[in-house]
Design a protein around this ligand. Structure first.
Ligand code: MG
Ligand code: ZN
Length: 244
């Protein structure tokens, strides 16, 4: 019984990777660099995007695919900043899933004018577990981790912290008010993902946001350079530690 269950999970991830590759081909054809933005609920993904994308991104044309179980609260906030945004709800035909998968993203592609974009940020459903298991065709993955969540989270959700190229440590303006030891957190993070890039920010006050903007603005050129040497194949490689 247990063996059968494992087989089904493997098949589902294989099918997801096939669709992720198709998404990736479409993004490559349109010359769009894609970021999968992940975090727990309330870590500050949308506020960070408002801060980063609102003033513009140094000539990089950015859009957002906003994933939520229900509603369009976050997409409405971003649309106010004149950022092209498409809402993707998982309760509309996808069973209210707690993550985005490649098929859901594929279903939203017709609503996106990819030729008008250089960078697409896919804001995943807030969840520290399964978003890390489903590639959606992205070039890079960023996770936002807020100090309000506790400094033990890298040890408790290692796959998520391992599956990203950048960890944005948000809400540092709250450090004096929460039991969060930054050094201990960074040590835990280094244990599960040695050498991962980190940026400490407060999306609320704006502290550190400029560094995130620079990282994102530089990403399309970095990805293009990697693609030229033929090493970029993130859509098909499973995150380390994922069941494959
Ligand atoms: Mg959000
Ligand atoms: Zn899920």
């Amino acid at each position: 019984m247990h063996r059968v269950k494992v087989r089904i999970v493997e098949d589902a991830l294989d099918a997801n990777n096939t669709i992720a590759r198709a998404n990736r081909d479409d993004f490559d054809r349109a010359g769009v660099t894609v970021v999968n933005l992940m975090s727990a609920p309330g870590a500050g993904k949308t506020t960070l995007l408002e801060r980063v994308l609102g003033p513009g991104l140094d000539g990089v044309r950015a859009g957002v695919l906003e994933g939520d179980v229900q509603g369009s609260l976050d997409a409405d906030r971003l649309a106010q900043l004149h950022v092209p945004v498409v809402q993707l709800n998982t309760d509309g035909g996808f069973g209210g899933e707690c993550h985005l998968d490649a098929n859901m993203v594929r279903s939203a592609l017709p609503a996106l004018d990819l030729d008008a974009l250089d960078l697409l940020v896919i804001e995943n459903v807030g969840n520290l577990v399964c978003p890390a298991e489903f590639r959606v065709g992205e070039d890079a993955r960023i996770m936002v981790s807020s100090v309000a969540e506790g400094d033990d989270k890298p040890l408790k959700y290692p796959l998520m912290f391992r599956a990203c190229e950048l960890v944005v440590v948000n809400k540092v303006d709250l450090l004096d008010h929460v039991d969060f030891e930054l050094d201990r957190y960074l040590h835990h993070l280094d244990t599960v993902h040695p050498g991962v890039a980190t940026i400490q920010v407060s999306a609320r006050t704006g502290e550190g946001v400029e560094q995130v903007r620079e990282w994102l603005a530089a990403l399309p050129a970095r990805v293009a350079a990697e693609r030229d040497v033929g090493t970029a194949d993130a859509a098909t490689s499973a995150p380390s530690g994922a069941p494959v």
